[in-house]
Ligand binder design. Structure first.
Ligand code: ATP
Ligand code: MG
Length: 356
């Protein structure tokens, strides 16, 4: 039974009228008509009184408060939806639960905001630091030239080259930051279509082969018939470029970098494997964070910004997949991710796909 103001009024009314009638019954000379009249009079007057008091001083205010909470909690009103449908026995219980769920949500929001604030501060510090390094370097070279070194032909070209290198690094850093923020804000949408995984790997291979040759690294990929998967071809090219260039970068001379494919039911898993430095266990989960580098000084000297894997992670999230990493220090690392097989073939293959 629903415990509303009418039901409470009726219950208290019945109780009061039964007690009143019982007392009257004990008095001599009171007949049944008087008893009956007293019963109905006390029942009706108590009922009206209790109903009025509860309805206007109590339930209405509780309903107003409850409606207010419903409005505030509009998006997170799963609990309050269940409470506001009138089937609850105790209206105070209902308001109590609503206040509790409201406070809980607010607490969660505050914790989230605090976390974001810490993250924002750390990110700002990292960005400033990363920007400062190439700017200071380029500034140093230019000032040295202006202070007289420009007269020496040999020094001039050496310093200009160094300044240009620092500015190129700055350009890559800003470009990576922009890509990250555009993926996060949804400005870059994944354009998921069928594409040929093998062709993308071949393109990455062509692009990075020279770097591998320079380090005498055996760089190969498992030759296969065309493999069609669903994804954003341009972004997946970026993923491969990041993974393979890391593999080459963090592998010593005469090492090995291989890419192979593993066909499962409706997925194709791709693995980029190297025989390089490896990643310590404590760092494995952190390498996808922005600016995180296992060995800061060594990675910097190899020209990394520490944003490559953060971008990779976001792109894979946009494809509803994620990276699995296994690594052993001194032995090597392997990075694996899966993409869904495509049922259809692409309508046409775009030659200019990777030019930006
Ligand atoms: N194949 C790998 N072998 C060993 N360490 C790796 C490998 N891939 C990544 N790492 C470690 O993870 C860190 C983060 O990689 P990430 O690609 O994000 O940054 P980066 O290579 O330093 O710079 P960027 O890719 O932006 O040029 C690297 O600095 C390196 O320490
Ligand atoms: Mg990298």
């Amino acid at each position: 039974m629903e415990l509303n103001s009418r039901a409470i009024g009726l219950l208290i009314g019945l109780l009061v009228s039964v007690i009143t009638t019982a007392f009257l019954f004990l008095i001599d000379g009171i007949n049944n008509t008087i008893l009956l009249t007293a019963f109905f009079l006390s029942l009706s007057s108590t009922y009206i009184l209790v109903w009025l008091v509860l309805e206007f001083l109590f339930f209405r205010h509780i309903d107003n408060i409850s409606e207010g909470f419903d409005k505030i909690n509009n998006t997170e009103s799963q609990i309050t939806d269940g409470l506001s449908n009138g089937t609850l026995l105790n209206p105070l219980k209902k308001i109590n639960k609503e206040i509790f769920s409201y406070a809980e949500n607010k607490q969660r929001e505050i914790a989230e905001l605090k976390k974001m604030e810490i993250f924002r501060r750390e990110f700002m510090a990292d960005v400033s630091h990363e920007l400062k390094t190439p700017i200071f370097a380029a500034q140093g070279f230019v000032h040295t030239l202006l202070d007289g070194a420009i007269e020496d032909k040999k020094v001039r070209s050496k310093f200009l080259k160094k300044a240009a290198k620092s500015l190129d690094g700055l350009d890559i850093l800003v470009h990576d930051l922009l890509t990250l923020s555009q993926i996060e804000t949804g400005e870059i949408k994944m354009h998921i279509v069928p594409f040929n995984l093998i062709r993308t790997v071949e393109d990455v291979f062509d692009q990075l082969e020279n770097k591998a040759i320079k380090k005498d690294i055996a760089f190969s990929y498992q030759k296969k018939e065309d493999l069609y998967v669903l994804g954003d071809q341009r972004r997946m090219y970026q993923v491969f470029l990041n993974l393979v260039s890391n593999a080459i970068k963090y592998t010593n001379k005469k090492g090995e970098v291989t890419i192979h494919f593993d066909e499962k039911d409706d997925h194709i898993a791709t693995t980029v494997k190297d025989t390089g430095d490896g990643i310590p266990d404590k760092d494995i989960n952190r390498i996808f964070e922005r600016f995180y580098r296992v060995d800061k000084s060594r990675s910097k000297e190899k020209g990394g910004t520490g944003l490559g894997l953060a971008i990779v992670k976001h792109i894979l999230e946009g494809h509803n997949t994620k990276m699995e990493v296994t690594s052993e220090v001194g032995v090597g690392s392997s990075f694996t991710f899966s993409l869904q097989k495509a049922k259809d073939r692409p309508i046409e293959e775009d030659e200019e796909l990777y030019d930006e």
